[in-house]
Design a binder for this molecule. Sequence first.
Ligand code: R5P
Length: 305
Amino acid sequence: MDPAIVVGNAHPALGESVARALGVAPAVCTIERFPDGEQHVELTTSLAGREVYVVQPTCAPIGETLLTLLLIADAAWRAGAARIVAVVPYFGYARSDRRAHGGQPLAGRVVAGLFDNARFERVVTIDLHAPAIEGFFAVPMEHLDALGALGDALEPFLPANAIVVAPDVGAAKRADSIARRWKLPVAIVHKTRVSGTDVVAHRVTGDVRGMRPVIVDDMISTGGTLVAAFNAVLAHGAEQRPIIAATHAVLAGDAIARLASISPERLVVTDTLPIPTTAPFPITVGSVATVIADAVRRLHGGATS
Ligand code: R5P
């Protein structure tokens, strides 16, 4: 029997693309709100004995999208689903993999615990900020890589004098992998986070003089990291008009305006979460739908990574 794809409410376009790529019609799931604010979820496609994949990035509003996912899982379980897999292309709280200070929660662990206590047999996610948070989960995880999709979307826009820039040390491995595809040089910016919105770039490793920066990160939240990285490489002789690329375009608050301040030639992202349709610079979106559909086909056949 075909896998059943349940499309959550956080990013219907992606869930529908995954279903299309698999050649199946999405299961019918209505998500409404009671007058008091509580969510009302109802699955009307029969899921008894089916393998069910629920596609729902836990993007903003995170508390809501996460709860919807858990409610859908419970509904599918009560409807007799044989296996339920959470497909969470963007995993909210993935950056909360450690406590910066005493008195803080380990939020990534708390959220992972919610998945463990739901009815999921497995969690599928993409480009986790810290892959080690897989260890927070009791259920197995399928960690997919969107670098191929991101690279395909980026390739037509690479200038001849491109240098791939990792905007912090944590992004160095990703920058290396993507640069290897076109044998491009790599530079690394060393940064310190000052607050949720501000970072300071200290120094740059690599020679960026006369090169066009292609800054690659796992996610863009407020845009602070990318702006600081660009200003750092600019101060070291890089050219204007960076190309910026990231798997997860969180683009919180005034991130678009912040990015516009460095006049990017283009922003290249994937569709792990909904992308704004207007910005004062071009945006190219590479889809992860086939990456997810391939994983569903593999898991449906019983294989795992
Ligand atoms: C942090 O280490 C991540 O890889 C990103 O660099 C960071 O989350 C981006 O956040 P923002 O856009 O707010 O600087």
